[in-house]
Design a binder for this molecule. Structure first.
Ligand SMILES: Nc1nc2c(ncn2[C@@H]2O[C@H](COP(=O)(O)OP(=O)(O)O)[C@@H](O)[C@H]2O)c(=O)[nH]1
Ligand SMILES: [Mg+2]
Length: 356
């Protein structure tokens, strides 16, 4: 999964990126998109490692992009932002970073710290970028449909879809709200519309705002996950060894790391859960969309396993933790043999039986 961090200049994207990735903070004013692979923390791993003593553990990962900050207050900045937005059409989702922290050394965007306004501005710009693309498609298709080509029927259907999308954007709604069927989805998916992508919001708060709550329901759907992160603090924490970090977090009253909040927001936005495979050689987490059936989950591990699928031997991590061992699970009848159509749950530990 590829995630891009988007936000106004100096909202703290690079500081968040560095605390997630363990890399140095990309310099202020950099015009490059930086990339890092972030391991998805999984608290189940510690316990499973103790239980199975595997040779290796493989975390799920998120490919994270730090995109230079936007400045829509002047022409040059708008052009730069538009170029960047067109470069990130292939990512799976966005995390919009908005600034709430006070810092006299860092001038606020448009002179006032206002996370809701920044979010509204970002949303508008994403919509405008999509509108340009929609308008270009409409212009092309309007010429095209008069030609008696093989694709004429399809072109007409596309044109009417793009006209609907144009209206959607003009009423300030994201494209995702207007795509209702699989065939509509298929028609537009290769274009990478920005407002068709899932998103989460990360509010970058100051050290004195760790408990603050934010309501963005005026600007985005209430299903959009919102996490609060103090980027500066998290970066300092990321520089410590695990023991000192735990100690400092307790002192500060922080119960969850920035990575875990960030990943939680991304998984929620993307509708992802994970199942686990355990063996003496490897423990591994596999992200899948909620609702995935066992037959498709098998293909994540290997296409051969899907092809030769017999049964998914399944138990839940919570049951294992409660009862202590697979042997105890077996005695309690907690190991199930599930068929292809079984809907996999978060925390299922699966051993696929297959035959090729
Ligand atoms: N006080 C405070 N300063 C921050 C925080 N996050 C970022 N900054 C400062 O804000 C400036 C911009 O941060 P940066 O991560 O480069 O922002 P970007 O432009 O969005 O990548 C830097 O000087 C940071 O040290 C924060 O949570 N608290
Ligand atoms: Mg930056």
């Amino acid at each position: 999964m590829k995630v891009a961090l988007l936000g106004m200049l100096q909202s703290g994207k690079s500081t968040i990126f560095a605390s997630l990735s363990g890399k140095a903070i990309p310099p202020i004013g950099s015009t490059n998109i930086e990339e890092a692979i972030v391991a998805v923390p999984d608290e189940r791993f510690d316990w499973l490692t103790g239980c199975y003593k595997p040779k290796k553990t493989t975390h799920a990962t998120i490919d994270c992009l730090d995109v230079p900050g936007f400045n829509f207050s002047e022409e040059h900045g708008r052009a730069a932002a538009r170029r960047l937005m067109n470069q990130i059409r292939t990512v799976d989702m966005f995390v919009l970073v908005v600034r709430a922290f006070e810092n006299p050394a860092v001038p606020p965007y448009r002179n006032i710290i206002n996370p809701a306004r920044d979010l509204a501005d970002l949303k508008t710009e994403l919509l405008l970028t999509d509108l340009e693309l929609v308008a270009t498609r409409i212009e092309r298709l309007e010429k095209q449909i008069h030609k008696p080509t093989k694709t004429q029927a399809r072109d007409k259907a596309e044109l009417s879809l793009y006209k609907k999308l144009q209206q959607t954007i003009e009423s300030e709604k994201p494209i995702s709200s207007a795509i209702l069927t699989d065939s509509e989805r298929d028609m537009i998916k290769s274009l990478g519309f920005l407002t068709f992508k899932p998103m989460a919001i990360a509010v970058n708060v100051g050290e004195n705002q760790l408990e603050a709550k934010f309501d963005f329901s005026e600007h985005v759907d209430t299903s959009v996950p919102v996490v609060t992160i103090c980027a500066k603090l998290e970066f300092e924490l990321s520089q410590l060894d695990a023991d000192s970090r735990a100690e400092f977090m307790t002192d500060l009253g922080l119960t969850e790391s920035a990575i875990s909040k960030f990943v939680g927001g991304c998984y929620l936005a993307m509708d992802l859960i994970s199942f686990l495979t355990v063996a003496s050689n490897e423990i591994r987490a596999w992200p899948i969309k909620k609702g995935t059936i066992a037959h498709d989950a098998a293909a994540k591990v290997h296409t051969d396993i899907k092809r030769g699928f017999i049964r998914a031997e399944t138990f839940s991590f919570d049951d294992l933790k409660e009862l202590g061992s697979e042997k105890a699970l077996k005695a309690a009848g907690k190991i199930r043999l599930e068929g292809k159509g079984y809907v996999v749950k978060d925390g299922d530990v699966i051993n696929f039986r297959f035959n090729v």
